[in-house]
Design a protein around this ligand. Structure first.
Ligand code: X2W
Length: 309
């Protein structure tokens, strides 16, 4: 496996924590986490669990594009915390709302089929611009918090056209190149990915970020798979309530028949089901609010929507 990057300067959190943090300035953050998030025993147990596997197998975190606009400070500080305790999540972000905003300002109505954007040449230019802008925004916010973060905006996803007639420049991922992600973690940098893909002949294609995050989780098989969205989970469109758990084996077929399960929500649930069918039975996916990330990672009580088999 990949060697854990060297700790710059270290300090013990407690005599029992097998764990070091990077610099003294973050010690108060760690103590705060230990006090606020869960019992010390609970948090230490999870820290031990997360460091029992190779760094690249800790977590895949999908960040909805809306969060970069609405909750960037919260997002950056949650990720900075993980980095400072020596945990390296693989982060993949979307940029859906930013794309729509630009399209609408240019008088173009965003067009989707089943949650997938129909991406013509003109739209693709906007998609690429937004992915690069939002990626830089997140990386810059992390760097301001002393985090070494690496933008990875190409070279990971190989793809074919999903359906050229129907969606135009949209990719169906056929391969995930782990090397740039592994190299980033090995160099001690958080890998920050977009979901842009490339055909063998070099054509850039647009891929839904939920789908791409699922593909990353499929190849890395991380301990935690977390989707951060602005709603803090999946909302039942009929009742307006948050769905706390989806047990796929029992509920999937019925769920897909519900009138509110459509567009992006349907795509997300389908993709997560596909993913969980390929992972060990004990795997699950949590869809949560960014402010619940530490609670989700370090305590027994989850938050948001848990999807499992
Ligand atoms: C998405 C990629 C961005 C995305 C799109 O163009 O909107 C396709 O639909 P969020 O913020 O995670 O929704 N691509 C093909 O998924 O961003």
């Amino acid at each position: 496996g990949v060697q854990r990057p060297a700790i710059v300067s270290s300090v013990k959190v407690s005599s029992k924590t097998p764990f070091t943090i990077r610099c003294y300035s973050t010690r108060s953050t760690v103590i705060q986490l230990l006090n606020n998030i869960g019992s010390k025993r609970e948090v230490e147990q999870y820290l031990k669990y997360f460091t029992s596997v190779s760094q690249q197998q800790f977590a895949v975190i999908k960040v909805g594009g809306a969060i970069i606009t609405q909750q960037l400070p919260e997002l950056a500080s949650c990720l900075a915390f993980l980095y400072h305790v020596g945990l390296y999540p693989i982060v993949l972000h979307g940029t859906g709302p930013q794309i729509n905003e630009i399209l609408e300002s240019e008088g173009i109505e965003p067009d989707y089929i089943d949650g997938i954007r129909i991406t013509d040449e003109r739209t693709m230019a906007v998609v690429r611009k937004c992915f690069l802008e939002q990626n830089l925004k997140l990386v810059t916010a992390l760097e301001k918090m002393g985090v070494h973060a690496r933008p990875i905006t190409a070279g990971v996803f190989q793809a074919d056209y999903l359906d050229k007639e129907k969606y135009q420049l949209v990719g169906n991922i056929t391969g995930v190149n782990k090397a740039p992600i592994e190299a980033s973690i090995q160099a001690g940098a958080l890998p920050i990915l977009t979901s842009l893909a490339e055909t063998p002949s070099g054509q850039i294609l647009n891929v839904n970020a939920d789908v791409a995050a699922g593909e990353v989780a499929r190849v890395f098989e991380p301990l935690k798979i977390v989707y951060l969205n602005e709603k803090g989970g999946i909302i039942n469109g009929n009742t307006g309530e948050k769905v706390s758990v989806i047990n796929l084996d029992e509920e999937y077929e019925d769920l897909l028949k519900q009138s509110w399960v459509k567009y992006g929500t349907k795509l997300k649930i389908k993709e997560i089901r596909d993913l969980l069918m390929h992972l060990p039975r004990s795997s699950s996916v949590a869809i949560i609010d960014v402010n619940d990330l530490q609670k989700e990672l370090f305590t027994d009580s989850g938050a948001g929507t848990l999807i499992r088999r």
